[in-house]
Ligand binder design. Structure first.
Ligand code: G3H
Length: 234
């Protein structure tokens, strides 16, 4: 299982890499769970990574606006991202999610077909009216994505496992793997979740809060030591 660590700037990205992260995820918590960061931040981290480590980028908890989201995805790709993560917040159903993701895939694959496109749903979709979590693998496959992911939208301390149990997560990863998609799981997960994530055959564990000082994803900063402690248990 790979470790994805969400960083907000170059210093945090360096700490994540130093701690052993496999994927540097560029994010901006001020703009939401999968909040988009600025192009120059993405470019700075991508240049530093120098193709020696995967750089993923969240382009937001997106609205149901396929063209707007496609433009954002292209901006992230142009800024040097290897993975483009789309938070399917606005789309409420399969058709709307397909409309967004199929246009993002078209945009990205025409620009650079080596870039990985990630369809990310929310374990707490039932609270926010977004497309249900268990639709994400089919949306990802049918739209031509490479990876299916779940995160949590509301970062109030409730965790992935507060919304979905182990069987539900196992069904999610099986559905995605049956589509030959990789799976990433996130949502305030921590070291206590590693065994379960492995048992449900998760490919990528995504974290921020648990590797930030004070455990605070907003006020804390990424600690290389905390990343290393997490990584050694994976
Ligand atoms: O993709 C990574 C997740 O958004 C990490 O955030 P979190 O661990 O603070 O919930």
């Amino acid at each position: 299982m790979e470790l994805l660590v969400s960083a907000i700037n170059l210093d945090e990205a360096k700490a994540a890499w130093e701690g052993g992260a496999d994927i540097l995820d560029v994010k901006n918590p001020k703009e939401g769970s999968l909040g988009a960061n600025f192009p120059w931040i993405i470019r700075e981290i991508s240049d530093y990574a120098d193709n020696k480590i995967i750089v993923s980028t969240t382009i937001g908890d997106v609205p149901y606006k396929p063209a707007t989201v496609s433009l954002a995805a292209l901006g992230a790709a142009y800024s040097g991202s290897n993975y483009i993560k789309v938070g399917l917040y606005g789309p409420e159903n399969y058709d709307e999610a397909m409309d967004v993701m199929s246009n993002v895939v078209k945009t990205i694959k025409e620009y650079d077909d080596t870039i990985t496109v990630v369809a990310c749903g929310y374990a707490d979709a039932y609270k926010i009216g977004s497309i249900e979590y268990d639709m994400i693998p089919k949306v990802a496959y049918d739209s031509g994505c490479d990876l299916a992911m779940l995160d949590t939208y509301i970062k109030d301390g409730h965790r992935l496992t507060d919304h979905l149990n182990k069987d539900q997560l196992a069904q999610f990863t099986k559905a995605a793997h049956d589509y030959n998609l990789k799976v990433a799981l996130a949502g305030s997960v921590n070291a206590n979740d590693i065994e379960m994530l492995k048992e449900v055959d998760c490919d990528i564990m995504g974290v921020r809060g648990c590797v930030c000082t004070g455990g605070d994803r907003n006020k804390g900063t990424i600690s290389a030591d905390l990343v290393a402690q997490l990584k050694e248990n994976i």
